[in-house]
Structures are given as structure tokens and as C-alpha cells.
Write a protein that binds this ligand. Structure first.
Ligand code: 9D3
Length: 254
């Protein structure tokens, strides 16, 4: 059982992730557990205050240290030993698939999602928590980011995906983008499925898919290709793709 604890003021944003789809099924089958702990339950005053004005002035409110500390300790108390803790934060290391794989190798995970303008820095400096970002854009809080981490990690856990091969075969594992998919009907709105997929020659299909994956990666994510060494077959298929496309890669990701 992989144990995820989320410290959050908005458990309603996390809970549906544990109820639906791949993660929902994994929860039902006892492969993963997602528990939310609210800092509000650890605020001692009658108003259950969890935020306060920033020292030094400035806009917005800051999440107070003590309710977060107590919520984090309570969450850690019901987790297996050796679980790492992460604060979802725009200032953190940006998540990628290799980090997702590392997280999925642990017995569980503690995620702290912040709201307001920020959280008291002493949570990071004194509670053994690392900061983790999910991309280069600005969110309004950490919950959607925490849900994203849970989704990405859950699908790598043993038994979670029905089709074990899918987790191994996807883009960021092979270092290539996926090839196109088609399903019935063969023709719709005058649009045909590529004939190679209908002809049942499995070797031809394998080479077509590999060529499409290489071509799309070259066009859309050339930096991914640069990180990867191509086999002789792959190099030849990519040359064919380039010759047929008459296009060049765009460089949005460089
Ligand atoms: C506009 C507010 N910013 C002032 C310069 C600071 C700020 C506060 C709170 C920016 C973002 C947030 C909320 N974001 C997250 O909690 C967050 C996040 C993100 O914004 N981007 C990428 N990854 C993450 S993980 C958590």
C-alpha cells in the first residue's frame, strides 16, 4: 500500500483525484491511500486562524508556521517510516518523469499544499521538507499540483495500470512522443485511417509507429531527440520522415 498524505486547507480539491479514474480504482483496490490533513484542525484560537500578515509588509497573507507544523507531524504519524515530504511551491525543483519514478519507489509521500501568498519559510527550513514545482506557470495554490503528483506517481505503482506495458511504453520513458492512434470507423468525415494500420503486417506497423514517434518528436520537441541516441533503424526512419515531410522542427522548447 502506497501511502499519500496531503496537508491542505482544501481537501475538496484533492479528494476527487482519489475517487475517479486510474487513481480511484487503485484506491478501491487498496494499492494506494490518500489522506488529507487540514492545518485548520491544529489552529488553537476560536477563529481557527491559519494565516497572518507578512512581516515586512506587502500584499496577501502568509500561512502560519505552527498549524502547518502540527498538521505535518500528525500526517507523518500515520505514514510509513522513510517517507519524504514535499511542499508544492513555484520555487521548487520542477517535477519530471525521473523524479516521478523516484517518488513511486518510496513507501509513500507527504505533500504540503499552500494557499495564500506563501507559507512561513520556517516550514521549509526546519521541518525537513523539499520544495517541488510542477511546471513553469503560476497556479493559485498547491492542491492542483499535489493532485498532479499523485496522478503521475500512482500510475507507476505495481498493479495500478491494467496494461502493465503502457507505463513502460510512454513517451517520457522511451524518450519519444507517442505515435498517432486511430479507432473505428475506417473513414469518417472523408478522413481515412492510414492503410498500414489496417493491413495486419505487424512489422510494418511497428516501423510506421516508430517513424511517426520519431517524426513528431523531431517536429515538436527537438530537445528530447538531442538527448537520445538513435539506433541505425531509428536514424533511417527519421531521415525518411524528414524527406517526406518537407518540414523542419520548430524550436519552441529550446
Ligand atoms: C502571483 C503570486 N506570486 C508572487 C510573485 C507568488 C506565488 C504565490 C503562490 C506564486 C504561486 C503561488 C501558488 N502556486 C503554488 O502553490 C504552486 C505552483 C505554481 O504556482 N507553479 C508551479 N508549480 C507549483 S507547485 C505549487
Amino acid at each position: 500500500m502506497f501511502d499519500v498524505a496531503v496537508v491542505t486547507l482544501l481537501p475538496e480539491l484533492i479528494e476527487p483525484v482519489a475517487q475517479w479514474g486510474v487513481v480511484g480504482r487503485a484506491c478501491e483496490r487498496g494499492l494506494i491511500r490518500v489522506t488529507c490533513v487540514s492545518p485548520r484542525d491544529f489552529a488553537p484560537d476560536p477563529h481557527r486562524t491559519v494565516d497572518d500578515r507578512p512581516y515586512g509588509g506587502g500584499p496577501g497573507m502568509v500561512m502560519k508556521y505552527a498549524p502547518l507544523r502540527d498538521a505535518i507531524r500528525a500526517a507523518q504519524g500515520s505514514q510509513p517510516p522513510g517517507c519524504r515530504a514535499y511542499l508544492l511551491s513555484a520555487q521548487g525543483r520542477v517535477l519530471d518523469q525521473s523524479l516521478v519514478e523516484e517518488l513511486a519507489g518510496a513507501p509513500g509521500l507527504l505533500l504540503v499544499a499552500g494557499r495564500y501568498e506563501g507559507i512561513d519559510e520556517r516550514v521549509v527550513t526546519h521541518l525537513g521538507i523539499e520544495e517541488l514545482a510542477v511546471g513553469e506557470y503560476v497556479l493559485s495554490g498547491g492542491e492542483i499540483a499535489a493532485a498532479l503528483v499523485i496522478d503521475a506517481v500512482a500510475r507507476l505503482l505495481p498493479g495500478v495500470l491494467g496494461h502493465e506495458a503502457s507505463a513502460q511504453q510512454d513517451s517520457y520513458t522511451t524518450g519519444l512522443l507517442d505515435s498517432p492512434h486511430y479507432t473505428r470507423p475506417e473513414r469518417v468525415d472523408g478522413l481515412d485511417v492510414p492503410s498500414v494500420l489496417l493491413e495486419g503486417n505487424h512489422e510494418a506497423i511497428r516501423r510506421w509507429r516508430l517513424k511517426q514517434a520519431l517524426g513528431r518528436t523531431w517536429l515538436r520537441r527537438p530537445a528530447l531527440l538531442a538527448k537520445r541516441t538513435l539506433s541505425d533503424e531509428e536514424a533511417q526512419l527519421l531521415e525518411e520522415f524528414k524527406a517526406e515531410s518537407g518540414l523542419g522542427p520548430d524550436r519552441h522548447d529550446q
